[in-house]
Design a protein around this ligand. Sequence first.
Ligand code: DGP
Length: 123
Amino acid sequence: MKVECIFCKIINGEIPSKKIYEDENVLAFLDINPSSPGHTLVVPKRHILDFQEIDDDDLLNLMKICKNLSKKIVSVLDADGYSILQNNGIAQDVKHFHLHIIPKYSNDKTMDIDEVYKKITNE
Ligand code: DGP
């Protein structure tokens, strides 16, 4: 764990988050500043910087979880599509590898983060 890393602090429970999936190696939680309702971040629990640093097995595992979670999020929130995004270098604000799941809606959908959280976690 990197002491100054905000995602390490979330993983460690030092900073609260709306967790929607967790296992031994991976945590997924709702983005604090969502681009759309259901915007989710999928992160390895081990501190890894970026796309170049993550090893292939960890990447594959994260992608599999991301694939399952996207299906669930889209279905529960009735989204019309989604984007998977991953930023590096100057494009990356938080220097702990993460995949974004960003649901897309054909109409401008508004839903607050608590409602999103309830819908996803009650399924
Ligand atoms: P990126 O630019 O790919 O590094 O995106 C970082 C994302 O992390 C951005 O969409 C906002 C989100 N984020 C930053 N700090 C926090 C936090 O403390 N909690 C949560 N849930 N999300 C955060």
